[in-house]
Structure formats: structure tokens, C-alpha cells
Design a protein. Structure first.
Length: 278
């Protein structure tokens, strides 16, 4: 079998001993909870916590207790009334309170990087917390924008059916995944099957609308946070424009930027080894 020697995301989760918890409508996996250092990891729109298991494995290896959290309306987390980034700030700070462990490291991915950026600009994250903004989206490509507009104008049932067609999944994979890695392709296929059972199209679109209508990458992040921020970008990411690196450098001049060769927008699958021990 072509993929027989590659562990699935669920196999990795079992190997790590991650347990699922749900409190007050927030669902997460918790892994290696006896460790002193604590990392929170958030996924992107239409994803779920299972997608982030490869990063959980990496940071458990670095000695962290890892908490992988489902965004509102994604995975096992309940749908919330999120109309502004301020609403999302409340949800984010509630997550930290529910888990009840102060973060040493917080990792965002795509949309959730915008959530962390806004929280930083609002001074809602404790100083000296290490932050990783994975594939941030301050300037999305025309194709990504058109895809959002296309699905946002369709009836829910029809749109979700088209989104989950095998052909649509294949096109998304070609668009977002650039590394020629068998494990990344296997994990993406597993992710697509998982989201079909744990997501409604409107939940993904409602968060995407925040980014389109209220782009948070205009506010200033206080300078005292910036030394603790790392930005990771794939140099073949088609979801964002080539201007993204320059925009992030202008917004966060003291942050450290990692550009990953031959990687696209799914860094949690195709560029796990680029995530540093902080």
C-alpha cells in the first residue's frame, strides 16, 4: 500500500495519548498534560483540532503540554454568535480560562493567526508569551477571495454538497498543498473526511467574513510583544499574495519571519519541521 507506513492523524493522536475535553461549548484535545510548559494550538477555517496533531507531536517532543482547540462551530465546539473580532476576543480569553493553564506558547494557523493578532493588539495575551503566526492572511489572493464569494452566495445544502465533492477536494489540495510529501497528502485527505462530519458551511463562512470585512491586520501590536512573535510563511502559498511577507514585516518589525521553501498554506501538514522550539 502506498501510504501503509505513514501513521494517520488518529493514529498519531492515540500514540500521543491525547484526550478530548468539552466545557461550556468549547472542545479541545489535551496531550502530555503533566508537562510544565503549556502550548495552545488553533486551526484554520473549515479545519478542526485533528488537523493540528502533527504540531502537537512536535511540541510534545519539545516538552510542552499541548491543547488543540476547535474554533467556534468547528469540530466539537459549539456555534457562537461571533460578529466582530471583539466577540472572538471574548471567546479566546474564555478558552484560556476554561483550560485553566497560563500559556507559554500560542500557535495560530491561517484564520486563527488573525485572531491572535487582534488579541495581541488589544493586549489580551500575557506579556512574554511566545506567539507563532502560521500562514497569516493580511492580504488574500484573488482566487481565495473569489472562492469565498462563490460559496457565500450559494444555499447551504447545495454549497456544502459542492464543497465536499471529490473533485472540489482535489482542487483545494492542489491549490493549498505544495510540498510533494506523501504524509501531507494522506493527512489532508483524512482532514477532508473529518470536516464533512463536523462542520457546516456557514460556520466556516461566518469566520471568513470577519477577515474579509474587518481585517485586523491594520491595528498596531505593542512593541513589547514583538520580540516574542515568530511568523511562518510558505513561499508557494497561493491563499495569500506575495506582498504578505512585506506587510507582516511592516506591522511587526521586531518579529522573526521564517520562509519555508516549496511550502503552501497547510504548514501543519507540509512543514512541521519548520516550527521552532521556543
Amino acid at each position: 500500500m502506498l501510504f501503509s507506513n505513514i501513521p494517520t492523524l488518529r493514529m498519531l493522536r492515540t500514540r500521543l495519548g491525547c484526550e478530548e475535553q468539552t466545557k461550556h461549548g468549547v472542545c479541545w484535545y489535551e496531550c502530555n498534560t503533566t508537562a510544565d510548559k503549556v502550548a495552545y494550538i488553533f486551526h484554520g477555517v473549515t479545519g478542526n483540532k485533528l488537523d493540528m496533531i502533527p504540531l502537537a507531536e512536535r511540541y510534545v517532543g519539545f516538552g510542552y503540554a499541548v491543547y488543540l482547540v476547535d474554533l467556534p462551530g468547528h469540530g466539537g465546539s459549539a456555534r457562537q454568535e461571533i460578529n466582530t473580532y471583539s466577540d472572538l476576543d471574548v471567546w479566546f480569553t474564555d478558552v484560556i480560562k476554561l483550560v485553566n493553564r497560563p500559556p507559554h506558547l500560542i500557535i495560530g494557523t491561517s484564520f486563527s493567526s488573525s485572531m491572535l493578532y487582534h488579541a495581541l493588539s488589544a493586549r489580551l495575551i500575557p506579556p512574554r508569551t511566545r506567539i507563532i503566526l502560521g500562514c497569516p492572511t493580511p492580504d488574500v489572493s484573488r482566487l481565495a477571495s473569489c472562492t469565498y464569494v462563490f460559496f457565500s452566495k450559494m444555499p447551504e445544502v447545495l454549497g456544502w454538497g459542492m464543497y465536499n465533492l471529490r473533485a472540489s477536494q482535489y482542487v483545494r489540495a492542489l491549490f493549498a498543498l505544495k510540498a510533494q510529501r506523501r504524509d501531507a497528502w494522506l493527512w489532508l485527505r483524512e482532514s477532508e473526511r473529518s470536516k464533512k462530519r463536523s462542520l457546516a458551511l456557514r460556520d466556516g463562512l461566518s469566520l471568513s467574513a470577519l477577515l474579509c470585512d474587518q481585517n485586523p491586520y491594520v491595528a498596531e501590536v505593542p512593541m513589547e510583544y514583538q520580540d516574542d512573535i515568530t511568523i511562518i510563511l510558505g513561499d508557494k502559498d497561493n491563499v495569500i499574495t506575495p506582498r504578505t511577507s512585506l506587510i507582516m514585516r511592516r506591522l511587526l518589525p521586531e518579529a522573526f519571519i521564517i520562509s519555508v521553501p516549496n511550502a503552501g498554506h497547510l504548514l501543519q501538514f507540509e512543514a512541521v519541521s519548520s516550527y521552532p522550539d521556543l
